[in-house]
Design a protein around this ligand. Structure first.
Ligand code: GLA
Length: 439
C-alpha cells in the first residue's frame, strides 16, 4: 500500500508498469474497463476493521462506555490490531463509521468530532492509530445528512476532503443517504473523489454509489471504477445466515455485470465480515470467509476484537485464505454452477492456480457429499494435465495429486463450505511451498 502522495506517478507511467508486470508473470490482464481510480491504492482488497455492524450508532457512553462510538473504542481496537497478530496478516485500516460527528459544523464550516466522545479530536486519534503502524478510516455522506442524521457533505466536498487530509485520515467511506436527486448523487461521488485527490494525501475512497443508484438507474460500473476504490452494491449486511445468503445470491445473479469490473484499484464490496459475533454458526462463518476470499472482497471485520473467540480469530487470521483474497492477479471469482442445493464457485489466481469453494446450502440433515469432476474446473485448465489439491477450509490438509480426468469427493456440513486451492503440477513445485507453512 502506498503511503506517499496521491499523484507521484502519471497514468501513462502507471499503465506502463502494470503492462510490464502482466507481461512478466504471463497472466491474462483485464480489459481497459478494469483500470480503476488512479490513486495507487487498494491494489488488493482493503483489509481492516469497521465499527458499523457490531457497534452501530451507540452514542450512550454513560451507560455503555465500552461499546459506544468513542475514541476509546478505536484506541482499544487499534491496540489489539497491532499486538494480536491482526496487522501481521494484513488487517491495516481501522475505520470509523457513522455517528462520530458533533451535530453541527464549526464556525468555519468544518466537520467536528463529538467533543465528549472524542475529546482528543480525530487528528489525535489518527496519530495514535499511525503510531501503531495502522491507518485510520472515517465516514461521511454525499447528501444533506448522514444516514443517522449527522451533518452531510453536500456543498462541502472540498472543505471536508481537506479536513480529513489535515487530520491524517487514510480512508473515506462515503455514504449516500439524504441526497435529493440521482444527478446530485453521481456528481457528489465524483466531486468528492476529485476533492480527495486534490488534497494530495493517499485516501482510499469507499463508495455506496451503485447501491443508492440502482433503484432508479443502472449503475455505470466503468465510470464508478474511475472514481472509487470499492463500492457497495447491495443493502447492509446483518449478523445472520439469511443476510450472507442474500448477499451471495445477489452477487451470483449479477456476476456477469459486476465480476469483470473488479480488479486492482477497484473492488465490489459485499460489506463487512461479521465473523466472531452472534448470528453465524461455525460453518456459516467458514462460508463467509471462504466466499469473501473468492469474491475478492474488502475484508473489513465488524466484531469485538477485545473478546473474540480463538476459533473466530484463527479463521479471520488464516493466512492461506487471506492469500486467496489478496491474490495479485486481482480477478474476482464467480459461481460456476448450482445443483442439488450445492453451489460451486471458482476464482483464478496467479501462476495458473485456482481457488474452488463448494457450499452446501441445504439446511436440513447432516453433512452431504459432492463429487467434483476436475475437467469442469478453471475452464478445463485448472487441473490439466494434473494438479495438486490442498483443502484450506474447514480443515487444512494436502489432498495430493489428481489427474485431469479424475474426480474429487468432498463432504460438506449444512450451510458450510469446503475451500480448495488447486495448483497445476508444472507450477506446483514452485509455488506449493508458499501455500502454507502450517500444513
Ligand atoms: C448505511 C450504510 C451502512 C452504515 C450506515 C450508517 O446504512 O449502508 O453501512 O454506514 O448507513 O448510518
Amino acid at each position: 500500500m502506498m503511503t506517499a502522495m496521491v499523484r507521484p506517478v502519471s497514468r501513462v507511467l502507471r499503465l506502463g508498469c502494470v503492462l510490464a508486470f502482466c507481461f512478466q508473470v504471463l497472466v491474462p490482464c483485464g480489459l481497459p474497463g478494469a483500470w480503476g481510480l488512479d490513486n495507487g491504492l487498494a491494489m488488493t482488497p482493503t483489509m481492516g476493521w469497521l465499527h458499523w455492524e457490531r457497534f452501530m450508532c451507540n452514542v450512550n457512553c454513560q451507560e455503555e462506555p465500552d461499546s459506544c462510538i468513542s475514541e476509546k473504542l478505536f484506541q482499544q481496537i487499534a491496540e489489539i490490531m497491532a499486538s494480536d497478530g491482526w496487522k501481521d496478516v494484513g488487517y491495516e485500516y481501522i475505520c470509523i463509521d457513522d455517528c462520530w460527528m458533533a451535530p453541527e459544523r464549526d464556525s468555519e464550516g468544518r466537520l467536528q468530532a463529538d467533543p465528549k466522545r472524542f475529546p482528543g479530536g480525530i487528528r489525535h486519534l489518527a496519530d495514535y492509530v499511525h503510531s501503531k503502524g495502522l491507518k485510520l478510516g472515517i465516514y461521511a455522506d454525499v447528501g444533506n445528512k448522514t444516514c443517522a442524521g449527522f451533518p452531510g457533505s453536500f456543498g462541502y466536498y472540498d472543505i471536508d476532503a481537506q479536513t480529513f487530509a489535515d487530520w491524517g485520515v487514510d480512508l473515506l467511506k462515503f455514504d449516500g443517504c439524504y441526497c435529493d436527486s440521482i444527478q446530485h448523487l453521481a456528481e457528489g461521488y465524483k466531486q468528492m473523489s476529485l476533492a480527495l485527490n486534490r488534497t494530495g494525501r493517499s485516501i482510499v475512497y469507499s463508495c455506496e454509489w451503485p447501491l443508492y443508484m440502482r433503484p432508479i438507474f443502472k449503475p455505470n460500473y466503468t465510470e464508478i471504477r474511475e472514481y472509487c476504490n470499492h463500492w457497495r452494491n447491495f443493502p447492509d449486511i446483518y449478523d445472520s445466515w439469511e443476510s450472507i445468503r442474500n448477499t451471495l445470491d445477489w452477487t451470483s445473479s449479477n456476476q456477469k455485470i459486476i465480476v469483470p469490473v473488479a480488479g486492482p484499484g477497484g473492488w465490489n464490496d459485499p460489506d463487512m465480515l461479521v465473523i466472531g459475533n452472534f448470528g453465524l454458526s461455525r460453518d456459516q462463518q467458514i462460508t463467509q470467509m471462504a466466499l469473501w476470499a473468492i469474491m475478492a472482497a474488502p475484508l473489513l471485520m465488524s466484531n469485538d476484537l477485545r473478546s473474540i473467540s480463538p476459533e473466530a480469530k484463527a479463521l479471520l487470521q488464516d493466512k492461506d485464505v487471506i492469500a486467496i483474497n489478496q491474490d495479485r492477479l486481482g480477478k474476482q471469482g464467480y459461481q460456476l454452477r448450482k445443483e442439488d442445493n450445492f453451489e460451486i464457485w471458482e476464482r483464478p489466481l496467479l501462476n495458473l492456480a485456482w481457488a474452488v469453494a463448494i457450499v452446501n446450502l441445504k439446511e436440513i440433515g447432516g453433512p452431504r457429499s459432492y463429487t467434483i469432476t476436475l475437467t469442469s474446473l478453471g475452464r478445463g485448465l485448472a487441473c490439466n494435465p494434473n494438479c495438486l489439491i490442498t483443502e484450506l477450509l474447514p480443515e487444512k490438509r494436502k489432498l495430493g495429486f489428481y489427474e485431469w480426468t479424475s474426480s474429487l469427493k468432498t463432504q460438506i456440513n449444512p450451510t458450510g463450505t469446503v475451500l480448495l486451492r488447486l495448483e497445476r503440477t508444472s507450477s506446483a513445485q514452485f509455488s506449493y511451498s508458499v501455500v502454507s507453512d502450517s500444513l
